[in-house]
Design a protein around this ligand. Structure first.
Ligand SMILES: [Zn+2]
Length: 418
């Protein structure tokens, strides 16, 4: 068979009621392939409201529908929509199988762009296909709406709540993940980090589903703890390892900053120079140079070093298998810290003591939730933000997060060209 653009089109897009007549490559500067589409002679149009086939009485002006490009050459469908006289709905413009509503893109092309936008940022997709950011965004928005309408809510037993700081002006976004071993994904996101935000989540999630949760992982923020206890009554609230590690890292940073200041006063600041990452990174992630630096630092009896060793010691907590022994370890660790005279560390120890039971709850969830599940999802969310060089509005960020982390379903159509 001789290959023409028409055969290729009929192979990919089969619309029995429509035919593509004239396919041409334009002569103008921006060369493109124009495909003139016509309704089959004598065929009726489909009413968008009731789906009935109705006779047409006139045609609207010609519209362009941008389709998937071939070898970097833009492809457009040209078609004049028919206006129909529907017996039940009145005068309406027909629906066509390659497009939904007012979008200037064909549905296939919208799915094609949105699938690419899972791998690249929206700016990159726009550049790659000589499209616009707006077209890519509306395609992603369509894909997200489609997928969220068809979300599967069965068997959600564990969720994790967390927030990311994404904009200096707009602040936080609260994210709720499913963290079951069989499925980890983003379930919901809401602007800011307030009691209302988390209330909105539980309202959206629904009472029955909230009551069938077994585990909710969160940080120690009071409104979270309160609302989780109220709304997910049957769930065990656990604290993520990562939130405690964050608090410890922050405390070390404060000790180090304080100590650097006092060393500067005494003309000895060189000791702690360039040491920040030695204390914050996990020992196995340090570069050789940083390892040497850390070894030198450990040889001095500095406050920062003592804080660092206390943080390292805390890591042992997660290796316990029995909650009783882990509890004893926690008590000892806190006592040691309270004697350390390191104020920022003492603050963390107090928080840990106050939430001891919540932290120990971890041992009941241990076999069902993996350690750092929330942290893993959160890191993915951060990558989305970093790769896109920031988002202008909360809505754009939300759509992008759902698209990349929501594990949303797609129709068959999404794979026709992808
Ligand atoms: Zn109708």
């Amino acid at each position: 068979m001789q290959l023409t653009v028409k055969t290729l089109l009929n192979f990919k897009e089969d619309y029995p009621l429509f035919i593509s007549r004239d396919v041409r490559l334009t002569e103008k500067k921006d060369r493109r392939i124009e495909v003139k589409v016509d309704a089959r002679c004598g065929s009726k149009g489909v009413c968008p409201d009731c789906g009935k086939k109705c006779p047409g009485y006139d045609q609207l002006p010609r519209r362009e529908f941008i389709h998937v490009p071939i070898w970097g050459v833009a492809v457009v469908f040209l078609y004049r929509l028919r206006r129909l006289q529907c017996p039940s709905c009145g005068v309406v413009a027909e629906v066509v199988p390659w497009s939904t509503g007012k979008s200037p893109l064909t549905t296939s092309y919208a799915w094609y762009l949105s699938e690419w936008a899972k791998l690249l940022s929206m700016q990159e997709v726009a550049r790659q296909f000589r499209s616009t950011w707006h077209h890519v965004f509306t395609s992603v928005e369509m894909a997200v709406a489609w997928g969220r309408e068809r979300m599967d809510f069965t068997n959600i037993t564990a969720i994790g709540v967390d927030e990311i700081h994404w904009s200096t002006k707009l602040g936080f976004m609260t994210l709720v993940y499913q963290i079951d071993n069989h499925c980890k994904r983003l379930l919901w996101c809401g602007e800011k980090r307030t009691e209302k935000t988390i209330t909105d989540f539980f309202d959206w999630f629904g009472e029955a589903r909230s009551l069938s949760l077994n585990f909710v992982c969160s940080d120690m923020w009071k409104p979270y703890l309160k609302l989780i206890a109220q709304r997910a009554k049957n769930a065990l609230n656990i604290l993520d390892r990562f939130h405690i590690a964050q608090k410890l890292s922050k405390a070390i940073d404060e000790v180090r900053a304080g100590e650097t200041q006092s060393l500067v006063k005494r003309g000895m600041e060189v000791v702690l120079k360039h040491s920040r990452w030695c204390f914050l990174k996990n020992p196995e992630n340090l570069t050789d140079k940083q390892k040497v630096k850390l070894k030198d630092l450990l040889a001095c009896n500095l406050k920062t070093i003592r804080a660092y060793l206390l943080k390292e010691d805390f890591q042992n907590f997660w290796d316990y298998t029995s909650a009783t022994w882990a509890g004893k370890f926690l008590d000892q660790w806190c006592t040691q810290v309270m004697r350390s005279k390191l104020e920022p560390m003492k603050k963390v120890a107090k928080t840990i003591r106050a939430h001891k039971q919540l932290i120990l709850n971890w041992f009941e969830a241990k076999n069902e939730i993996s350690l750092g599940a929330v942290e893993g999802q959160n890191n993915k969310a951060k990558v989305v933000i970093r790769k896109s060089y920031g988002f202008r509005t909360a809505k754009v960020l939300e759509i992008s997060l759902y698209h990349k982390l929501g594990k949303l379903q797609v129709p068959e159509l999404a794979h026709v060209y992808f």
